[in-house]
Design a protein around this ligand. Structure first.
Ligand SMILES: Cc1ncc(COP(=O)(O)O)c(C=O)c1O
Length: 391
């Protein structure tokens, strides 16, 4: 049984060319990029090249890229760094309940320090209410942090509109684009975004490395890591040169393949959905039908618990994820679905399929076939099938 990996929003396999770019850095170019001798300068050359590759992917200037340990740190640095730098101007931050925990928990920490956090409501697709956002901005608001693409349901936010509103009110705008960079075209010169987070392992790069884009002219943020002044004093610590080189290579590849990848992902997803719909009844799809990540299918089957389905698929060699998180022995529903007002009964019946560059059409057919068998079997065992129209 050849395994089928359909959990690319969790992480992606490292591209061979990315791995190849990193190995000589571990073996030969081991100098500290802050050292002035030739080994140090050689490492610096690779660091600079990677900065250019990441900048090019989003149309930024290399000086606007700060390397971090990943999406989580980029979110923390953007939000806490700006909040602390602008504390004298105001203490109000706007975000939403569909953000990644890296954003939500950073905001929760700031709340303990006296910042006021408000959550812009979202609709049933998880898209934020623009009119509400506009009304919620006050003269104390210093930052709006709203994601570009949702990792669970795949909904894209209208970041152009959000940024335009933020600009109009003189408020900084950070977006977590960890799920969208490499899947959706992003060109920061045309986007009213001041700070943008990205992560290598979501785009076929290594884990534990990412970047924060900080638009030139943004007030200097307070670093999270005090240290030797690396990254123009924005992030202390000797740089993870091999990881950063891998990030740079993954950015270069993503840039050259963006359109091709997108078309491939849309074709795969269309085929999978068509196959599933032709075989199985009682299905719900979540997330915005139009403003959506090209690789994500978030769905639920009536009468079929998501965790049970995920385990049965795993036994068949198919890796997907569920909308529920298991912690301390109990299963809790996704906060994202809660914010979207999805009924409790449905929340436990969802799975996320997130496709990747390496998936093939034949795999979609096999997944639909296995789903058909497994869903019908679970429904039969729980006595649910009786209530459904046969398909
Ligand atoms: C939207 C979003 N933001 C942030 C992160 C965190 O990124 P990292 O795993 O690189 O810390 C993730 C990872 O799942 C994510 O999906």
């Amino acid at each position: 049984m050849v395994p089928i990996y359909l959990d690319h929003n969790a992480t992606t396999p490292v591209d061979e060319a990315v791995l190849k770019s990193m190995l000589p850095i571990y073996r030969e170019v081991f100098g500290n990029p802050s050292s002035t001798h030739s080994q140090g300068r050689a490492a610096r050359v690779h660091l600079d090249e990677a900065r250019e590759q990441v900048a090019e992917l989003i149309g930024a200037h290399p000086s606007e890229i700060v390397f971090t340990s990943g999406g989580t740190e980029s979110d923390n640095l953007a939000i806490a760094g700006i909040a602390r730098a602008l504390r004298i101007k105001g203490n109000h931050i706007l975000t939403s309940r569909v953000e990644h925990p890296a954003v939500l928990n950073t905001c929760a920490e700031l709340e303990k320090d006296g910042f006021v956090i408000d959550y812009v409501p979202v609709d049933g697709y998880g898209r934020i209410d623009i009119a509400a956002l506009q009304e919620m901005i006050s003269d104390q608001t210093i930052l709006i942090t709203l994601q570009h693409g949702n990792s669970e349901v795949g909904t894209l936010q209208p970041i152009e509109d959000i940024g335009t509103i933020a600009r109009g009110k003189g408020v900084l705008f950070h977006t977590d684009a960890v799920q969208t960079v490499s899947k959706v075209e992003i060109h920061v010169p045309n986007l009213p975004v001041d700070l943008l987070s990205l992560s290598a392992h979501k785009m076929y790069g290594p884990k534990g490395v990412g970047a924060l884009y900080i638009r030139r002219g943004t007030p200097p943020l307070i670093p999270l890591l005090a240290g030797g002044g690396q990254e123009k004093k924005r992030r202390g610590g000797t740089e993870n040169v091999p990881g950063i080189v891998g990030l740079g290579k993954s950015a270069e590849i993503a840039r050259s393949r963006l359109k091709e990848d997108r078309a491939h992902l849309l074709r795969l997803r269309g085929r999978l959905r068509q196959q599933i719909d032709s075989k199985i009844s009682g299905i719900h799809y979540y997330g915005h039908p139009e403003y959506h990540l090209p690789n994500t299918l978030y769905l639920g089957f009536d009468g079929v618990e998501g965790q049970a389905l995920m385990i049965r698929l795993d036994l068949e060699g198919i890796a997907v994820s569920t909308g529920t998180a298991c912690s301390s022995g109990s299963v809790s529903p996704s906060e994202v679905l809660g914010a979207m007002n999805i009924a409790q009964s449905e929340m436990f019946q969802t799975i996320r399929i997130s496709l990747g560059r390496g998936n093939e059409m034949a795999e979609m057919d096999r997944v639909a076939k296995v789903l058909d068998v497994v869903v019908k079997d679970i429904r039969l065992k729980t006595g649910y099938s009786d209530r459904l129209a046969p398909k």
